[in-house]
Ligand binder design. Sequence first.
Ligand code: NAD
Ligand code: TDX
Length: 366
Amino acid sequence: MKRKLTNILVTGGAGFIGVNFIRFLLGEGSSKPDYKGRIINLDALTYAGNAASLNSIEKSFGGTRYFFEKGDIGDHAFVEAVFQKYSIDTVVHFAAESHVDRSILGPEAFIKTNVLGTFTLLDVARNAWKDSAGQIRQDVLFHHISTDEVYGSLGETGYFTETTPYDPRSPYSASKAASDHLVMAYRHTYNLPIILSNCSNNYGPYQFPEKLIPLMVLNMLEDKPLPVYGDGKNIRDWLYVEDHNSAVWTIMQNGKTGEKYNIGGENEWENIKLLNALIEIVAKKSGKDVEKIRSLITYVKDRPGHDRRYAIDCSKLKKELGWKQTVSFEEGLGRTVDWYLSNREWINDIRSGEYQHWVEKNYGVR
Ligand code: NAD
Ligand code: TDX
C-alpha cells in the first residue's frame, strides 16, 4: 500500500538535524525533493532548539505548508491534539536529548524524553491510526531516527550492520537503544507501520556548539582552548547533515515497513586528525595564523566510558534503495565553517540561554 506522506509531523524540528530536514523538504536545501505536503514541527524548544532557525520557512510557508507547535513529546494530551488538528499521517521522530556529555552529568532528562517521550508518541500513533474496523492503518508511517551509538564500540576493524547486537554504553545511547526497542515492539505487537534508521555522526549548519565540530570552530575563532578528550584517537564516521536527510527521505518514500536501515558517511576520522584538518580550513577562511590556532589544542581528561570507534556499514541502504553520499568531507567542512563564520547572531542567540550556564558550571568557561 502506498504511503500518504502528506501531513508530516516532525518532532525536534527546531534542533540541528530537524531544522535541516525541514529546510530540505520545503526546498531550501541544496537538493530539491519533490514534496508538496505539509510539515508540522513539534518541539519543546529546550536549550538545543531554536525556532528562529526556521524564520525564512515561517515567512514562505507559515500557515499554509508549515506549522509550529511548541510542546513536549511526553505530553500525551498535547500530542494527541496535534495528531487530530493536522490529520497526521507520517511521523519523523528526531526529538531527543542528544549530547553524550550531558547524559553522563544528568541522565534523567534522557530517560524522560528519549524513552518515555518516544513511548508516548508511539502510543498516540497507535490509537490515532486505527481504521473503522479497529485495525491499524498501513498507509501511514512512523519513522524513528536513531544513532550508531546503540551498537556500542568497535575495535580497530569491523563495521556495524543492521544485525549487530545492541550494546549501548552511555546513558544517551542506552536511552536511544530503549527507544529503538519500543519502536520495534510496536511493530511486532500492534502492527504499527514503522521504519528505523541508525546514523553515524552528523555535521553541518545549525549544529549546537556543544558537539565536536562547531565547538572547535567557534573556539578557534575566539582563541579559546580546543579540548581534546583522552588521547584524541577515538574514531567517528562523519556524514554531512543534508546527506543524512536525503537518506531519511529516500527511506520514508521507498523503505520497507518494519525494516531498519543504517546510514553512514564511510568517512572515518581520528578526532585529532579531524581537528588538524579543521584548523587548516578555519585558518584559510578566517585569515588566522595556523600555528597559533594549533597551539590552542589542549588534551583534557577523557569522557567516562568513551566509545573508541564507530563505523557504519550502509550497504543495505545503498543497494536496496540506491542512496549515496553526495558531499565530500572537504566540501562539507568548508560549507560548515563558512556558515559559522557568517551566522554570529544565531550563535549568540543559542549560546545565551541555559546551556552557557551549564557549561560554565561543569567545565569552567570553554
Ligand atoms: P539536537 O539536540 O540538536 O535537537 C533536538 C531537538 O529536540 C531540539 O530542538 C529540542 O528542543 C527538541 N526536544 C528535546 N526534547 C524534547 C521533548 N521532550 N519534546 C519535544 N522536543 C524536544 O539533536 P540533533 O543532533 O538534531 O539530533 C536529532 C536526532 O538525531 C536525535 O534523535 C539523535 O539521537 C539523532 N542522531 C543525531 C546524530 C548527530 O550526530 N547529531 C547522529 C545520529 C542520530
Ligand atoms: O570537546 C570535545 N572534545 C572531544 O574530544 C567534544 C565535545 C567531543 N570530543 C570527542 C568525543 C567524541 O569522540 O569528539 C568525538 C565526537 O564527540 P561529540 O560531538 O560529542 O559526538 P558523539 O559523542 O560521537 O555523538 C554524536 O554522534 C552520534 C552525537 O552527539 C549523537 O547525538 C549521535 O547519536
